[in-house]
Design a protein around this ligand. Structure first.
Ligand code: FEO
Length: 429
């Protein structure tokens, strides 16, 4: 190939490094099937969900996500590790056909949640000879969720190995990341850890491997994922982390986002994120109907900044709840700002606090600021929503109507107390 044609060819070849592109048209929105080669015997055959903009109908996604599934070919057996969200089953099946998988011996199910298990019934229809390999808890959940019959299962124990002929899988139980049945699968000879949700990122990316340049985007996507899904289980992850450190890992291949060719990048992120330590940071979660709370928030933000406490206010009418979860992961202080409406807290604050409380945050100090017109039980309601927040409560500052001199003085005192508390736990001098 010569001239312009040759250069176009070279450019295309460069773009699809590590991709095997099959050009059949897809059904339901996907342009091309793409099986991505991980190693000579391992292929990623899942689906990229470029347009997904909400996960769990809860947190916004800005970068889409993916549901990774992996084929491993041994000399005797072929295995599929996890599947895809049911809405993208067609992509997975087309990828399996394109890769020429005529016979499938096993489907390993690391996790029963439907974005990874939901296509198992359709894969079993295509490959009726295949067995589903998983642990006893996951088996029970797959039976409940997907009605997979008993005779399809092969139940494994922690650290059990399965030979594929020249390749060996080891199943590493890692419950509560983030469901009770979760496990990881380790391909011993290739040193690949298939970690399912653990270490995943909400990133849609045609390149299989994360590069150094991608790490900022992946950091964001992985933290967004961690904050919503894994954060409440951080102690469990930290306590079990030695199970991962014992493995010699070349690649971490999660079920969301790119494969980590530099596994230390994401394991180091998790070491930091799951640490019980908090940072010298304050978050203000608030809403303001007529500007009184807004004024108090602005004033307090400046007062905290003056004390060298980095602070971020989140107005709940415009905030991204996923971003809020990310920011909360390591903040030492959370201030709730609220307008009273109909005698109680503003519903937008109730929504955010409900989510915040579900996350079982490691926040060390909480306070409430707000404004009311008459009577009401806003403060009691807010405090009642924080049952999982094991934080010291700093006395609230509540203004009647627009804040006045004494309210600003109380906010100054609140900023002083936050500083004292941060000093007390050694996160600021
Ligand atoms: Fe990605 Fe727990 O599912």
């Amino acid at each position: 190939m010569r001239g312009r044609e040759g250069s176009v060819y070279k450019s295309l070849k460069k773009t699809i490094i590590e991709l095997i592109i099959f050009t059949d048209k897809q059904t339901e929105g996907e342009m091309y099937m793409a099986c991505r080669r991980v190693t000579d015997c391992v292929y990623e055959v899942g689906a990229i969900d470029w347009n997904r903009r909400s996960f769990d109908e809860l947190v916004p996604l800005h970068e889409g996500t993916s549901y990774n599934a992996y084929i491993i070919k041994g000399s005797e057996k072929t295995v599929l590790i996890d599947t895809v969200d049911p809405k993208m089953t067609g992509v997975l099946i087309d990828n399996l056909r394109s890769l020429g998988i005529g016979k499938l011996d096993f489907i390993v199910s690391n996790h029963a949640e439907q974005d990874h298990s939901g296509s198992i019934p359709d894969v079993l229809k295509l490959y009726p000879e295949a067995g589903v390999v998983t642990n006893a808890k996951c088996k029970a959940m797959l039976q409940d969720l997907l009605l997979i019959p008993e005779e399809k299962f092969m139940v494994v124990e922690d650290n059990q190995e399965l030979s594929l002929g020249g390749k060996t899988l080891r199943f590493v139980f890692f419950p509560w990341v983030h469901w009770p049945e979760t496990m990881l699968t380790y391909l011993i000879e290739d040193r690949i850890l298939f970690s399912c949700d653990l270490f995943g990122s909400h990133v849609a990316e045609s390149r299989l491997f994360a590069t150094r340049e991608d790490e900022v985007t992946i950091y964001e996507g992985a933290l967004r994922y961690y904050a919503e899904i894994m954060y409440p289980f951080r102690d469990n992850i930290r306590n079990k982390f030695s199970k991962i450190e014992e493995l010699e890992i070349r690649y971490i291949a999660p079920s969301h986002g790119p494969v980590y060719r530099n596994p230390e990048f994401i394991t180091e992120c998790y070491r930091q994120w799951t640490s019980p330590e908090v940072k010298n940071r304050a978050i203000i979660i608030y809403n303001s109907m007529h500007g009184s709370v807004e004024k108090m928030v602005s004033f307090l933000t400046v007062e905290l900044e003056r004390r060298n406490i980095p602070v971020k206010p989140f107005h709940l009418s415009v905030t991204d709840i996923g971003r809020l979860a990310m920011e909360i992961t390591d903040a030492s202080t959370v201030i709730v700002g609220c307008s009273q409406v109909l005698g109680g807290m503003h519903p937008s604050v109730a929504y955010a606090l409900y989510f915040y409380n579900l996350l079982r945050p490691k926040t060390r100090f909480v306070s409430i600021i707000g404004s009311y017109g008459w009577g009401g039980k806003m403060v009691e309601q807010i405090q009642g929503m924080l049952s999982n927040v094991k934080a010291e409560i700093i006395p609230p500052v509540i203004a009647k109507g627009y804040p006045k001199t004494e309210d600003f003085q109380a906010l100054t005192k609140l900023a002083d107390t936050v500083l004292e508390n941060h000093r007390k736990i050694g996160i600021i001098e």
